[in-house]
Design a protein around this ligand. Structure first.
Ligand SMILES: [Zn+2]
Length: 164
């Protein structure tokens, strides 16, 4: 994973570090992100090869306004087909919303529970914090960021988020 506090758009190979299953740095400099335990929970829970996390405006807005529903249902959008394994716009994608926390051990356990309970999801939101998504590799994970961010923006801009 990447060291903490870097511009993620301008990473060099030296800014990646290797961590073990307890989030201790094995190789590389700098400290891992505070959320390393969440990345590990996802790697272990769904066998992801790459995990990406964003702090976007849309994920912050939607995860706040929909927290009481426990998640957001995305349905009817052609762009859903950009998610791995989805073949039709009629697919119903559930994007769970988890209460945010600074206790990564506790939050990591809730992430594991969510991945266990909601099999087949492509991502989840932390309330008023951001999006987590993943893929078999970096290319797929990046595509999932783009698709989910697109759909969240559409939901807010179209006003559909009010009635969803
Ligand atoms: Zn974060």
């Amino acid at each position: 994973m990447t060291s903490t506090g870097l511009d993620k758009g301008a990473l060099t190979p030296a800014q990646f570090l290797e961590i073990d299953s307890a989030a201790s740095v094995v190789r590389g400099g700098g400290g891992p992100s505070a959320e390393a335990l969440l990345h590990l929970a996802i790697v272990n829970g769904v066998g992801a090869g790459a995990v990406l996390h964003t702090h976007s405006v849309w994920s912050t807005v939607l995860s706040g306004s929909h927290a009481l529903h426990g998640g957001i249902a995305l349905e009817g959008y052609e762009m859903l087909k950009g998610l791995e394994g989805v073949r039709t716009h009629k697919h119903r994608e559930w994007l769970p919303i988890l209460e945010n926390s600074q206790d990564m051990v506790e939050l990591g356990a809730r992430v594991s529970q969510t991945l266990e309970a909601d099999r087949g999801i492509h991502g989840f939101l932390l309330k008023e914090h951001g999006l987590y998504t993943w893929g078999v590799g970096l290319r797929e994970a990046k595509r999932h960021v783009e698709i989910l961010e697109f759909l969240m923006e559409v939901l807010v801009r179209s006003g559909a988020a009010q009635s969803a």
